[in-house]
Design a protein around this ligand. Structure first.
Ligand SMILES: [Zn+2]
Length: 116
């Protein structure tokens, strides 16, 4: 791998890079479809995704939201929730079908217990 200078910021980049990792300058012919096909989503949800999914910015409120929905997660040293993308997909069959806050089920009293 040869390093070349970015035409925009002069940072060192691979001669095969599609864009500069320092400034985002697009070098060479960027084939978006080929790039998208190569992209693998990161295993953990990003902060932006967590914020979008929960609708909450505060990490402690995001954790509460996750707990209420019993979505498996862990906390990092900054008390930020970490959620495996795969886990969320398994829980909800995809990011597009997240339920709202679970409804409390109303249950009938056990009438048989008192002989009715
Ligand atoms: Zn650059």
């Amino acid at each position: 791998m040869a390093l070349i200078d970015c035409a925009e910021c002069a940072g060192a980049i691979s001669h095969r890079a599609l864009f500069c990792p320092h400034c985002g300058y697009i070098c060479g012919n960027l084939d978006l479809e080929a790039l998208m096909a190569k992209m693998i989503p990161p295993p953990l949800l990003t902060k932006l995704e967590l914020r979008a999914i929960t609708g909450l910015a505060q990490k402690s409120r995001q954790v509460k939201w996750l707990k209420e929905r019993r979505i498996p997660h862990t906390l990092n040293a900054f008390r930020e929730p970490l959620v495996l993308r795969e886990q969320l997909i398994v829980c909800y069959g995809g990011l597009g079908s997240l339920p709202r806050k679970p409804k409390r089920e109303r249950t009938e009293p056990n009438w048989a217990a008192i002989g009715l």
